[in-house]
Design a protein around this ligand. Structure first.
Ligand SMILES: Nc1ncnc2c1ncn2[C@@H]1O[C@H](COP(=O)(O)OP(=O)(O)OP(=O)(O)O)[C@@H](O)[C@H]1O
Length: 132
């Protein structure tokens, strides 16, 4: 993604119900925007899938997230996906807002090794559940 797009949203509007606040980051599938969901006044992370992705790739990501939505997020440590929808030729995925990524945590620690109890917590959180 060109660097100018790192701070500029890929889209100007999502729907009447979402106010775009800032760009949180970008990953393999698209860009993630911090948004205010107006009907609930919740802050959420909205992933905007790239139009340039192959349709099958976007569909696979959506199918996978729909399956994961059936799981108990608290027991499986999977980020909660509130909804997925398509609008103006774009696919949007709405997630609960998380406070810090592992990358940000390590960056904050200036990449010094994490304490053992911190490592245990992370390993517990990324453990793959028995059934997906
Ligand atoms: N639910 C969320 N809450 C807060 N920030 C998020 C959330 N989801 C993603 N982000 C931010 O947006 C960035 C991009 O996320 P995204 O899920 O698109 O890709 P990734 O997980 O970093 O990488 P990849 O898609 O390659 O696996 C993350 O690095 C993170 O900073």
């Amino acid at each position: 993604m060109p660097s100018v797009l790192k701070s500029q949203p890929l889209v100007n509007t999502i729907s009447d119900n979402y106010k775009i606040l800032i760009v949180l980051g970008a990953g393999s599938f698209g860009q993630v925007l911090k948004c205010l969901k107006l009907d609930t006044a919740e802050t959420v992370a909205v992933k905007v899938l790239r139009n340039s992705n192959a349709d099958e790739l976007n569909m696979r990501e959506m199918r996978m997230l729909k399956k994961l939505r059936c799981m108990d997020s608290d027991k499986s440590n999977i980020v909660r996906c509130h909804e997925c929808f398509q609008r103006s030729d774009r696919t949007f995925m709405v997630f609960e807002m998380l406070d810090m990524s592992l990358h940000e945590y390590m960056d904050k620690r200036k990449w010094l090794p994490a304490p053992l109890n911190g490592i245990r917590t992370v390993i517990k959180d990324v453990r793959i559940p028995e059934r997906i």
